[in-house]
Write a protein that binds this ligand. Structure first.
Ligand code: 5GP
Length: 240
């Protein structure tokens, strides 16, 4: 049963339930970018993020990447294991795009031979600064073994998602992965959403962007693009 609001984020709300180790995550239609500087509301986007994230997290769980998702329980809501957030973003990049292209002056779309993993400290006030494993340990967020395992798990999730999206004609350009400690057993598990809000998805044939860059870059058809991603995924994963 849904109980009190624990956290009211920009794009999501977290509610307590009867079970102290489970929460309800509710996806809003609000979207923000550039550290909350840009904000808009798109009717139906929250439901699509919820459906896509449920499909992707369910898929990863079935492929041996334990995560917080338990089941989708409504249009905008999913039941998840309760976690204590570890405030590190692991950004896995298959191709150069977005902030990396701008920061190093590399043309967007460049494909290096190796995989790139960036760590950022998740703190809006500091604008999510870059950190590395030494700093993650120094900040008391994790120990060395944990951060090593998290990097390996982020790479595994990226590899599985890349293969899945390829089956539906979409290239996974990059993806942001976060983790938390499950409150019931302390296990570090992949948490938060995985959706077009947190991954760059390019149509393999046309190169069209099917992700949050449509909002960031003022392109049209944000919701239609998210629906396109959802419908393609259902051809492989079914609905849930
Ligand atoms: P970039 O650093 O190029 O802006 O983002 C790299 C990838 O991580 C993109 O897929 C982007 O959507 C995701 N990402 C990075 N930081 C954030 C963030 O604070 N919020 C969200 N929703 N996604 C992020």
């Amino acid at each position: 049963m849904k109980k009190e609001l624990i956290l009211n984020g920009n794009e999501k709300q977290i509610f307590a339930t009867d079970d102290p180790d489970k929460v309800i995550v509710r996806y809003k239609d609000v979207t923000v970018a550039f550290n909350n500087v840009k904000r808009a509301r798109f009717e139906g986007k929250g439901a699509l993020d919820n459906q896509i994230s449920a499909l992707l997290l369910g898929y990863l769980g079935g492929q041996g990447v334990p995560n917080h998702f338990l089941e989708r329980i409504g249009e905008n809501e999913q039941l998840c294991r309760k976690i204590e957030i570890i405030p590190i973003e692991f950004i896995v990049r298959n191709r150069v795009a977005g902030s990396l292209a701008a920061r190093l002056g590399i043309e967007e779309g460049f494909q290096p031979d190796n995989l790139i993993v960036e760590l950022r400290y998740n703190d809006d006030e500091l604008d999510d600064p870059f950190i590395n494993p030494d700093l993650a340990v120094a900040l008391g967020l994790v120990n060395y073994e944990e951060v090593g395992n998290m990097i390996a798990e982020a790479k595994k999730a990226n590899s599985l998602l890349k293969g899945l999206f390829h089956q539906v004609g979409i290239e996974l350009v990059d993806v942001k992965i976060e983790f938390g400690r499950a409150t019931d057993n302390g296990q570090i598990i992949l948490s938060d959403e995985i959706s077009p809000d947190t991954a760059r998805l390019w149509d393999e044939r046309t190169g069209e962007r099917l992700d949050k860059d449509r909002f960031r870059l003022d392109l049209s058809d944000v919701v239609a693009s998210y629906r396109n991603v959802y419908e393609r995924l259902t051809t492989v994963l079914g609905t849930n």
